[in-house]
Design a protein around this ligand. Structure first.
Ligand code: ADP
Length: 328
């Protein structure tokens, strides 16, 4: 059976981008078709300034939301990354496989480190090495597939390169995984700035829809989305990024095609209204189930405990084999 691994960082509240770009395919496809592992990758949250209590709270919230979105512990494994030591054990061996030049070429590193420096801060070394830890997350489980949004595609490419290089140097140890992107909404953009992705770790703005936003808040954010100066509704990511973003959201919510949906609209107002309604309907059951799960924290703890145990059992022999392969 195909094995898949994917993760989510507890660096903020989950967004519609996380849901459409990743979580929905985990729920609808991966947990049914693969031996799927999903991790709240909390170590990655330490690559930037963080408050300890907030990371813990956000980790639990992310895990609860994944279950609320429909991950079923009877079908898949849900766990917290720091509960399984194999991730950091393997990461070091991969640091000895990767090169510093390769790390510095990562687009996310360039963008995030520039943001940190512009804000007068210093850049943690872990921000540079973060894709290596991500490679360890994936390779430790022998995952064949990594269902992610488009922004993670470059990191999965790097993971492949590291797996191939390690295997060539030390003998076949790792499965070489591939990224699996959703057909639409692989990159949901900020509603107020459709040239920048909707990111959960960005400062809260009216351009980010959170999974736990009340229906009225979602409506307001979508209705106030920045569109374009023209008035035609056309699906053109370059010329009309704001409208294209709304069309992709609507298409993802209704299983339609953005270009075909565009033909049904003559005004931005009607498109926004339908998109807002579709997003509200999509998120309603997630919010309801989240409220139920919050009333039963013992259940979430149990799921995470069992998940970590299973994950450990899968990762340990693979990571042990990697240690043996390098001569330790
Ligand atoms: P974020 O960038 O919001 O902090 P993570 O790095 O935790 O998100 O990514 C979790 C998953 O959500 C990844 O698979 C990522 O590709 C996906 N994702 C994040 N933002 C978006 C977005 N705006 N559109 C589509 N997918 C996204």
């Amino acid at each position: 059976m195909t094995r898949s691994f994917s993760g989510i960082k507890p660096t903020g509240h989950l967004t519609l981008g996380n849901y459409l770009g990743a979580v929905r395919q985990w729920v609808e496809v991966d947990q049914h078709q693969a031996d799927a592992l999903f991790s709240v990758v909390d170590l990655h949250a330490l690559t930037v300034d963080h408050e300890p209590a907030r990371v813990r709270r956000l980790s639990r919230q992310a895990a609860t939301l994944l279950l609320a979105a429909g991950l079923d512990p009877a079908r898949c494994t849900v766990f917290v990354q720091s509960h399984v030591d194999e991730h950091t054990r393997l990461s070091y061996l991969l640091e000895c496989t990767a090169t510093d030049g390769e790390m510095r070429r990562m687009i996310q590193y360039k963008e995030k480190s520039a943001r940190e420096r512009a804000a007068g801060g210093s850049v943690r070394l872990s921000l540079l090495t973060y894709p290596v830890l991500m490679a360890a997350d994936i390779l430790a489980y022998g995952a064949d597939e990594v269902p992610v949004g488009d922004d993670q595609a470059q990191h999965v490419e790097l993971t492949r390169d590291l797996a191939v290089r390690f295997n060539q140097r030390y003998g076949r140890t790792f499965t070489v995984p591939k990224a699996v992107l959703p057909a639409v909404a692989a990159r949901v953009m900020d509603l107020q700035d459709p040239t920048s992705k909707m990111g959960k770790s960005h400062a809260e703005t009216a351009g980010i829809v959170y999974l736990l936003d009340e229906a009225e808040v979602v409506r307001k954010k979508v209705m106030r989305a920045v569109t374009d100066s023209g008035s035609d509704v056309a699906y053109d990511r370059e010329a009309q990024p704001g409208v294209a973003n709304l069309l992709e959201m609507l298409a993802a919510c209704t299983d339609g095609k953005p270009a075909e949906l565009a033909e049904g609209y003559t005004s931005y107002g009607a498109l926004k209204k339908d998109t807002a309604d579709a997003v509200v309907e999509l998120l309603r059951p997630v919010r309801e189930r989240h409220a139920e799960l919050c009333a039963d924290p013992g259940y979430v703890d149990g799921v995470l405990r069992e998940g970590a145990e299973r994950a450990r059992g899968l990762a340990r022999p693979i990571v042990d084999a990697a240690y043996a392969a390098v001569g330790l």
